[in-house]
Each structure stands twice: as C-alpha cells, then as structure tokens.
Design a protein around this ligand. Sequence first.
Ligand code: SF4
Length: 254
Amino acid sequence: MENGKIKKSRAPAPARRKVPARPKSLYSQDELREIFRRFSIQRPEPKGELEHVNPFTLVVAVALSAQATDAGVNKATRALFKVADTPQKMLALGEEKLREYIKTIGLYRNKAKNVIALSQMLIDRFGGDVPRTREELVMLPGVGRKTANVVLSMAFGQSTMAVDTHIFRIANRLRLAPGKTPDEVEDKLVRLIPDEYLYHAHHWLILHGRYCCKARKPECERCVIADLCKAPEKTCDVPAPLVELPPQLYGPTP
Ligand code: SF4
C-alpha cells in the first residue's frame, strides 16, 4: 500500500502453451508429405516382423530382439509362446527351461534373466498386465525406451518412433533428421513427420532401410523416393515405379 492507495495487482498472464518448434530440415513439409505418401502406397498396412500373440509376448519378443534378427527371434519364440504366453506361465516355465528355448539368440542368458524378472514385475506391480505408458514400461527389466516405443505402437496403437539401426541410418544418410543419438533422431522425426503419417512411419522407415536403403549399399535404382532424397551418396535420381508391395517381405536381414 502506498499513500493510502491500494496498488492494483495485475492478474498473471495466462501461461502460453509451448508448441515444440519444427526442427530445421533440408526437406520442406511438402517434400516430407510426398515421401510418406509414397511409402503409404507401397505398404498401406505395414506390420512389424516380430511374431507375438498378445502385448506380453510382444514385450518378450522385442526384449529378445536386441542385437538379433527378427527372423532369428521368431524361430525361437514360435515354440516358446505355445507354452508361455502370459507372465504366470513364463514364471512357471522357469529360467532354466526358458534358456533352452532361446539359446539360439545372442546374449540369451542375460535375456532369459530379464524375461523372468519382467514377468515377475508385471505380476507384482501391474496385475499381470502390460502397462500402457512409456514411464511404466521402461521400469521393466530389459525394457528401454526403444522397446517401450515399439510396444506402445504395436500393442496399443500409439504414434511413437522407436529408432532402430535402420531408422538411425536413414535419418542421418538422407539428412532427414540428423542426430548423434537415437533419442535426438526420435525427437526430430516425431516433430517433422506429418501427423497423418506418424503412426506407420516407424515401420515404413524400418522396411525401407531393411530392403532398399541398405546399410552397405543403398539400392537407389529401386527406390521410390530417389528424386526427393538428399543423400549425398545416392546413385540415381529417377524414382522407381510406385506399386504396392506385399505387406511383409521376409528375406535375409542385412
Ligand atoms: S535414393 Fe538411395 S540413398 Fe536415397 S533413400 Fe533411396 S535408396 Fe536411400
């Protein structure tokens, strides 16, 4: 109070909602939309290649797939999931027998330990169900951010971007969303990819990387975005004919 007058207090300005800025990109929004439009014609309903029968088996399959091929994991889990498709059945099977099922997969001893521990945690903390938030999923032993993103997308239909080796390579090679870490690439891609394409973008990029924009030598003459691509090492400017491909193509994984 000054000189007997009451100073009027100003109402605080309403907090502005922070809209994340679109990261800098060599690609215009129109070019990005065109890239993903073409991917959507090639593979209208892309699917992950890891076989699973419910959210629990998906968590297990993704946890087993670290540094292993999807085809190798599928071979082992086909028999495993017939006997253990819930956390309860996995615990009943036990670590020793689980190891027998997955011994063809790299790092299987450690992975078996994690699968048993995560089954126990699902029962103790989540009533035997797979949780639906990233924060809860990453609490599970052997489940990192990438695994959590795959589960949120494939089991619960959320738009996420799980950056694997293919996506990391493509984002950097094409100068699409260059970044030094998977988290940096994930953050940029999520903000760059047009909303209407974000849900399937993860699978489109993985499949494009696995079968066309390959690690050692990209097959640019087979590429449907060859005219738009800004990779310095591309070898062709003419896009391949835009035709629908089979939803899943199995082949030797590079
Ligand atoms: S043109 Fe070549 S480098 Fe570019 S996305 Fe296609 S395959 Fe990859």
